[in-house]
Ligand binder design. Structure first.
Ligand code: PHE
Length: 342
């Protein structure tokens, strides 16, 4: 066959083969059929060996022109197809940025956690360190070492849950005071948050609740230091104009012992429903660490003195957020909890 005819035929074959090519993959296959090592054009190159030497240069030229033309044709087709494929992918993967996003509901801190964190940051600012004692205690830490009298009513002043004869759920974080003083020599400045348990259950009491204990032991600590620290605490948690007052009380592990009231932050002391008309609200128990407790922990009460305080976290939360039923703090109702989002 005449070379020119053969070339024309190849060109026609290429055109009909690429006519309805839609993917770059099939285009690549067709390209190999014509331009590959065993493809049509290569076999024509091999055919050159069979023509007389004087005709080879001109044939070579023609074939080179053909190859370049075909290569260019395929390059163009490839670019066009790739562009189409890209457009198709873009339209398939298109994201509608105007669609409203799916929202996942945010949680909120429990009021107890809010108060606990607030207390920790107030007292950490005064240099207190955190100590967390065990919730399961024995008689020694929860009762005896805290100088509790031997008679049965005094021993069970706090409606203790017993797990075994000498094993109980701590009724007060004060148990941690002993653990700290046994292991650390003064100066001591400890804040101890934690759960406590008492068999008590009504609108203002729950069998499980949380306390925050504080203990400071050093040389020359006095009741004045306690009062000054309480003033600072009350202003920070209830507001700048709040004052504190101490009333005599009794705890076996402190002497003297006091109940601490804050002036009513709702009515400013005039008397309202929150303070039951008295102008004052009781917030915590405190006192100077009883010298017998210090002695029992190996601390010389003639050299060192200290104060301790303990408050109910739920009680502070109820006062601060105006919650009238303690049960709300234990039910986990999200309608209630959501209100504390800050
Ligand atoms: N532990 C006492 C209570 O639970 C509170 C308290 C702590 C009192 C420290 C004085 C000193 O009621």
């Amino acid at each position: 066959m005449d070379v020119n005819e053969k070339i024309k035929l190849i060109e026609e074959q290429i055109e009909s083969a690429v006519n309805d090519v839609k993917s770059s993959k099939t285009l690549q296959e067709i390209k190999m059929r014509f331009l590959g090592k065993t493809g049509e054009i290569s076999s024509m190159m091999k055919y050159m060996r069979e023509v007389p030497p004087e005709q080879r240069p001109s044939l070579g030229k023609v074939l080179n022109v053909l190859r370049e033309k075909v290569e260019e044709r395929f390059d163009k087709l490839e670019t066009a197809i790739k562009e189409l494929e890209l457009k198709k992918r873009y339209s398939e993967e298109k994201i509608d940025v105007t669609l409203p996003a799916l929202s996942s509901p945010d949680g909120a801190y429990h009021p107890n956690t809010l108060i606990k964190n607030e207390l920790i940051s107030i007292f950490a600012g005064m240099g207190f360190e955190i100590f967390e004692g065990p919730e399961i205690e024995n008689d020694y830490y929860n009762i005896t070492a805290l100088n509790t009298p031997k008679d049965p009513p005094a021993r069970d002043m706090q409606d203790t849950f017993y797990l075994a004869e000498d094993l109980l759920l701590r009724t007060q974080t004060s148990a941690g005071q002993i653990r700290v003083m046994e292991n650390k020599k003064p100066p001591i400045k400890i804040l101890s948050p934690g759960k406590v348990y008492r068999s008590d259950d009504d609108a203002t009491h729950s069998p499980m609740f949380s306390q925050m204990e504080g203990l400071v032991v050093d040389k020359g600590i006095t009741l004045c230091d306690l009062k000054g620290m309480l003033d600072e605490f009350a202003r920070k948690i209830f507001g700048d104009s709040v004052k504190t007052r101490l009333r005599p009380s009794y705890f076996p592990f402190t002497e003297p012992s006091v109940e601490v009231d804050v002036s009513c932050f709702e009515c400013g002391g005039k008397g309202c429903r929150l303070c039951k008309g008295t102008g004052w609200i009781e917030v915590l128990g405190a006192g100077m660490v009883n010298r017998r407790v210090l002695e029992g922990c190996g601390i010389d009460p003639d050299e060192y003195t200290g104060f301790a305080f303990g408050m109910g976290i739920e009680r502070i939360a109820m006062l601060k957020y105006g919650i009238n039923n303690m049960k709300l703090l234990f039910e986990g109702d999200t309608r209630f909890l959501k209100q504390f989002k800050d």
